[in-house]
Write a protein that binds this ligand. Structure first.
Ligand code: CA
Ligand code: CA
Ligand code: CA
Length: 201
């Protein structure tokens, strides 16, 4: 049984590693949960008028790979209401009502940082911290983290309590889901230090 569990953990660690090394890009889908027609953009690409490609006010879900970061705007030419997206959103309707609202898009790349997500698979509400950060308080993300994505050459040293107190876990590769790989750490992270991969906290 112990062997099976180790194999399972290894499997998820590999999944997370595979995901981490995928090319950075963002993909946009016509329907919820990444279904229907879609298109992808690489970091640096923008679309200032989605009506030219027949995609105006159609996007319903977004997937983000690698260290891409997306900004959606509800008007042409990067105007109007906007949302910054660091992770995967299966239902934009649950994200400040951005379902079928997007008219222009920017995709950028982000540097060395760690992103903390409310749900597994880098989804839900997120918070990203740059290399060198000392976040003594997670505020709205306190005790909510269920996946951690490392972008670039960083590790995240995460703590059970605020102000770097309690148990510490050094995260050196992305964690796809804490439900399986690190269950004791699910919804428990309250503070973190972000460092270069081999630097001490
Ligand atoms: Ca749609
Ligand atoms: Ca959570
Ligand atoms: Ca905590």
């Amino acid at each position: 049984m112990k062997l099976a569990l180790t194999a399972l953990v290894l499997f998820f660690a590999q999944l997370a590693a595979a995901d981490h090394f995928q090319d950075s890009k963002a993909c946009f889908y016509d329907h919820d949960i990444y279904k229907g027609p879609s298109f992808c953009l690489a970091p640096g690409q923008t679309m200032n008028d989605l009506s030219r490609t027949g995609w105006n006010k159609r996007i319903s879900s977004v997937r983000v790979f690698g260290s891409a970061r997306v900004t959606l705007y509800d008007q042409f030419n990067f105007q109007g209401r906007f949302q910054v997206i660091n992770g995967n959103w299966a239902y934009l309707s649950r994200f400040d009502n951005f379902n079928d609202a997007t008219s222009s898009i920017r995709v950028e790349t982000v540097g060395n940082q760690a992103c903390f997500f409310e749900y597994p698979e880098y989804s839900g509400v997120s918070m990203c911290l740059k290399e060198g950060s000392n976040a003594g308080n997670f505020f709205g993300m306190n005790d909510r983290t269920e996946s951690i994505r490392l972008d670039g050459d960083v590790s995240a040293h995460v703590y059970e309590h605020a102000d770097f107190a309690g148990s510490m876990l050094s995260v050196r590769q992305s964690i796809w889901t804490m439900r399986l790989s690190t269950p004791a750490w699910r919804d428990i992270v309250s503070s973190a230090k972000i460092r270069r991969q081999n630097e001490r906290p």
